[in-house]
Design a protein. Structure first.
Length: 222
């Protein structure tokens, strides 16, 4: 009887152990399956984000190519798609100043001429050392987008004086920065930079322009 009882106890213990091992195996398998699912989800998410970024990059590249194509075509396709109408080259105060400058220039015998709305890139170019080439290109690009209201040139076409009309509402947004950039570039190139307020030329500015145009004798005669 004792032997049978001992054998039964061993069988019961072995059964419990096998049951425990089976439960542990089940838990391990469930955990491994869960990890596998999590890994698949992570990989799928990363792949999806990568695919989205790739699609965005391809879209951006396509837009850039289309933009470059428009630029190389000189924008003719875009120009044809919109309507156009003429507008004044100068507002009334600017035109009044322009007429006064024309009258002053007409009194000079030195062959000066006055032009309006002139791009800075047409009469200014960068002088740079070889080691400053990159900076010079950026500076030139910035200045080429700016223009002066009026430009006086001599008889052979050299610029001698840039004139900015600072009328009502002139100093808005980045106007201070734009004027400063033009002022610095003109001074560096040896071109006078005259800034005219909303009231028009002052007596001192008229004297300076007459002096520049060689009209001193006319002042004395007056």
């Amino acid at each position: 009887m004792a032997g049978l009882f001992h054998d039964g106890t061993q069988h019961a213990g072995l059964g419990l152990m096998l049951s425990f091992l089976a439960q542990v195996s089940t838990i391990v398998l469930i955990g491994a399956y869960g990890c596998m699912i999590a890994f698949v989800i992570v990989v799928s998410t990363v792949a999806m984000k990568h695919k989205e970024k790739l699609a965005e990059a391809e879209h951006a590249l396509a837009e850039e190519k289309a933009k470059n194509a428009r630029l190389f075509s000189h924008g003719a396709d875009l120009i044809q798609r919109v309507g156009w109408r003429k507008q004044r080259l100068m507002n009334r105060p600017e035109y009044h100043l322009f007429r006064e400058l024309e009258r002053l220039v007409a009194q000079s015998s030195r062959g000066y001429r006055v032009f309006t709305q002139v791009s800075c890139g047409e009469f200014l170019e960068v002088a740079y050392r070889a080691d400053l080439k990159d900076i010079a290109q950026e500076a030139s690009h910035c200045l080429n987008r700016k223009r002066v209201d009026f430009l006086l040139i001599d008889r052979v076409g050299n610029p001698v004086c840039a004139i900015e009309y600072q009328g009502d509402g002139h100093y808005q947004g980045s106007a201070h920065g734009r004027d400063h950039a033009k002022r610095v570039a003109c001074h560096a190139a040896g071109i006078r930079f005259l800034e005219v307020a909303a009231g028009g030329l002052t007596a001192g500015q008229r004297r300076d322009l007459r002096d520049l145009l060689g009209l001193k004798d006319a002042i004395a005669a007056e």
